[in-house]
Ligand binder design. Sequence first.
Ligand code: OXD
Ligand code: MN
Length: 602
Amino acid sequence: MIPTKNAKLLAWVAEVEAMCTPDQVVWCDGSTEEYDRLMVEMVATGMAIKLNEKLRPNSFAFNSDPSDVARVEGRTYIASVKEEDAGPTNNWIDPNELKEIMKKLYTGCMKGRTMYVIPFSMGPVGSPIAKVGIEITDSPYVVVNMHIMARVSTKVLEVLGDDGEFIPCLHSIGSPLEPGQEDSRWPCAPIEKKYIAHFPEENLIWSYGSGYGGNALLGKKCLALRIASAMAGREGWMAEHMLILRFTNPEGKQFHIAAAFPSACGKTNLAMLQSTVPGWKVETIGDDIAWMKQGDDGKLYAINPEAGFFGVAPGTAEYSNPMALASCRKDAIFTNVVVTDDGDVWWEDMGVECTGGTDWKNNPWKPGMKDEAGNVIKGAHPNSRFTARAELCPVICEDWENPAGVPIDIFVFGGKRSTTIPLVHEAFSFDQGVYMGATASSEPTAAALDLGNVSLRFDPFAMTPFIGYHAGDYMQHWFDMGDKLGENAPRCFYVNWFRKTDDGKWLWPGFGENSRVLKWMCDRVEGKVEARETPIGLMPIDGDLSLDGLDIPAEDWAELMKVDSDLFRATLVDARAYLAKFGDKLPARIKKQMDELEARLG
Ligand code: OXD
Ligand code: MN
């Protein structure tokens, strides 16, 4: 039975069915029965591997096609009506032209497959800040992941009612099946046929050809960041690539921190950090995306629109993020990891021994195995993922689903930089904070396939691949939000956990010890500590950022806190060159910040 009378939705589903010609249409209800049934079906076809029930209850592993392992930024489009509205950080094609191209691809693309209609809410169902999306997909893997990452339920259709608005998200793996044709384990289309398309003026998403992560789970990067950022720019709120955490001091005072780091720079680790500062504790609200609106009291309130974590597996270990490991102890989905001989999962830097198993390419595998060229074969893909329910995280905050959100006190920006950027500095003003966000930079990661061989990437607000409109207008929107928030604007900080010595040794222990840096920020917000002025911003006075119990040689600390004016001047030259491509849309207030920084650097 069709569970809605929403005319727009019924018409859209009928139109897509006629175009894609699936064998059948299934309306999803988000139930456990549905999840279990799809898993049974996928195990039967060989797409899913059921893990050992004793070791990893109710959990499954998938291996993707080796060509389909990450977001594809080169095939991701912002098809705004005018090219200048997409700006220099996005690929643009005229929306009509792109629709023609994609309609041809979509025609008959679900032949031999089931078309699933997934009603989902980003944000608690019915919350005023939540958005309803409907994803149509021919991938049962997408359905089960959406069950975890979004709120999939028939209640969403009730909220939608007969004439409510939703964001249509059309997805196909782009691999029709002829009668009798054997299916592959992970069907998808070749790279040149993949399109991840956004039509921001229509709040519309069309994705074709990939079954992986952000290309296919359309509630996440496509809706909650690209489309939402464009909506937020128009409507005066914020959709950001930020984790959200609560940091509570021994007296019970709460601080809420939203932090933007590029993909695979430790957002999930920071969101679930185990504080080493006595009496202070961290609770997680979100690990990837924040939607923020000004509340009636003038403060900025944030919600996490997602319901789960789609975390990078390699490097997740007891020492780095025990809370993430606990979140995927059961009821989890793993993609592109090793399935061990005893039916559990393993990945590089998991901190446990593995005697062998099947690698992400589905080949028998043992640690240390080498290919013909003598290179060690990794068991898990560097961008392999776990999909885990947020509610299973032992440090999930009791307010993580509060529809009103949590008031943000602090914004943190950062990236992975082995040189130049000190451990922490604070902006003199919100405007300088916007400048810090706008010039954030990082050494590239494995979360996107096609970044090429660059050693440093400017990644404004960690949003480069996710801003759904002109990045210059987006920066101006940050200034406008600052003006609107005034005194209530969060204080802005910039961190770099990743400084190395010349011979490649980490200067800062990171992980739980990062809580020391967060505490300094909270002390600054509370006015408990002064700071020293440097050309780049305000930095801790020796002794205020406690190093008690850490074995950091004085020369390493000096290096971590060093502001090398020559290096910063060089970075400023690079930043100016990078920002030049924003042309007339680069806010004058960014230029002012650059001039002032240059003057301070002398
Ligand atoms: C992610 C990403 O998957 O940023 O969160 O790539
Ligand atoms: Mn992300």
